[in-house]
Design a protein around this ligand. Structure first.
Ligand code: ZN
Ligand code: ZN
Length: 417
């Protein structure tokens, strides 16, 4: 194990996070441009990233500074008949940068309760219009056309939600500690720490690909699900290779998951959430979904049922699964015992599935085959992709081989191999 270097100052750790985002996250290459974006609260990190990118030789860093309050303001005040409008020109600008092969780096730190004052139906309409307009961008992202990554910044609103019992300043400091630990930014050589971590993920990844399961059986309190895997699915973890330059990039920092594509029409049984889902500023908690032939046919939620139903109504694909991800219960984020109210962290705390679109990269030759071909193999198509967690130390997972026999993949939330 790596030892934490107690001598690192906050500034050094924040610089490490910037270094990781550039060197491991998007793996910036000499001469490559950077498209950088994040909330206005994260300016300190955005500036450090820009400084390192220029020092490394980037010809230009495009910066998009976002005030998330503007989304809430629109949800509260825009006229009902205008909610389907979206910013196509902004999509076109980002798309052209991505098409050229600029590295795309996003800083996130959303207030989990941002949209709570708004009507979920209005928020859902805005989100649907945005994801339709954003389709040319999400296509490039999902196909790994160019390197991209997401890292986190401890904004005050997020920290207050994660540590409601603490005064704001202490909450922010605690959230930073958790972010630095989860992203391995608190060690003296964070790039070497990531190389070792990615090699560990690769071991589990290679095992699952070698076994060739056709389905997984998920068993836990409230969960009994046979989850068929897409024909020609491949397991993926940690890094991907960008089509534009072949460079390995790590799309999420942290990342602890090994994941692949479920079959859109072969999921049957019931799955229970093990942690709350923060969706568009709404908290959905203690929910259960029942599937038949791949589609959700029944849903109950102790909290946030309306928001969950809206999510399922976005389109045909939002009722089906596009991702199954296995995360050992021993992962550092899981062991922290914290609920971050941020998918980037919480989805790496536990096994999860996603409602909505699958990733082309989790299908054999998925970035070069047509969508129709992929769909024939069970690939799910949707405008949305929303992860929720079902993993815990009470989870058992079996792999089903083509001959119908089963073998252990996880017991008590830990790898069995
Ligand atoms: Zn995932
Ligand atoms: Zn996901």
């Amino acid at each position: 194990m790596l030892t934490i270097d107690q001598k690192l100052t906050f500034d050094q750790k924040l610089d490490n996070l910037a270094t990781l985002a550039l060197r491991v996250g998007v793996n910036l290459q000499p001469g490559q441009r950077l498209a950088l974006g994040g909330p206005v609260e994260s300016l300190d990190l955005l500036r450090r990233i820009a400084k390192q990118a220029y020092a490394f030789g980037a010809p230009h860093v495009h910066v998009e500074i976002i005030d998330e309050q503007m989304g809430l303001i629109r949800a509260l005040h825009a006229h009902e008949d205008t909610l389907d409008a979206a910013d196509e020109e902004r999509t076109e600008m980002v798309r052209s940068k991505m098409e050229r092969g600029d590295a795309y780096l996003r800083v996130t730190g959303s207030d989990p309760d941002l949209m709570a004052p708004a009507d979920p139906a209005r928020v859902a309409r805005m989100a649907k219009a945005a994801s339709i307009a954003n389709r040319p961008v999400s296509d490039l992202v999902q196909r790994s056309h160019m390197p991209w990554t997401i890292v986190a910044y401890a904004t005050p609103a997020w920290a207050r939600k994660a540590f409601p019992e603490l005064p704001e300043e202490e909450a922010v400091a605690k959230l930073w500690d958790a972010i630095f630990a989860a992203t391995r930014a608190d060690v003296a050589d964070p790039v070497a720490a990531w190389d070792a971590h990615l090699a560990q993920l690769q071991r589990a990844n290679d095992h699952l690909n070698a076994r060739g399961y056709v389905a997984l059986h998920l068993m836990a309190p409230g969960t009994d699900l046979r989850l068929g895997l897409a024909d020609t699915h491949v397991w993926e973890s940690g890094g991907s290779n960008a089509l534009v330059n072949g460079a390995r990039f790590v799309a999420n920092m942290p990342t602890e998951e090994v994941f692949t594509a479920p079959h859109a029409h072969r999921v049957d049984g019931t799955i229970a959430s093990s942690k709350p889902l923060s969706y568009q500023g709404q908290l959905i908690d203690r929910f259960q979904l029942t599937f038949r032939d791949g589609a959700v046919v029944a849903v109950t939620a102790e909290q946030g049922q309306a928001a969950l139903e809206k999510l399922l109504e976005i389109d045909e694909g939002s009722r089906r699964l596009g991702e199954i991800a296995l995360v050992p219960h021993q992962s550092p984020i899981s062991q922290s015992g914290l609920l971050f109210f941020n998918t980037l962290f919480d989805e790496n705390a536990a096994c999860h599935v996603a409602l909505g679109r699958a990733y082309e990269t989790t299908m054999k030759d998925g970035t070069t085959r047509s969508l129709e071909e992929l769909q024939a193999d069970g690939f799910n198509q949707s405008f949305t992709h929303v992860d929720f967690m079902f993993g815990s130390d009470a989870l058992d997972v079996d792999g089903e081989k083509p001959d119908g026999t089963r073998e252990a993949v996880m017991r008590g939330g830990a790898w069995s191999f």
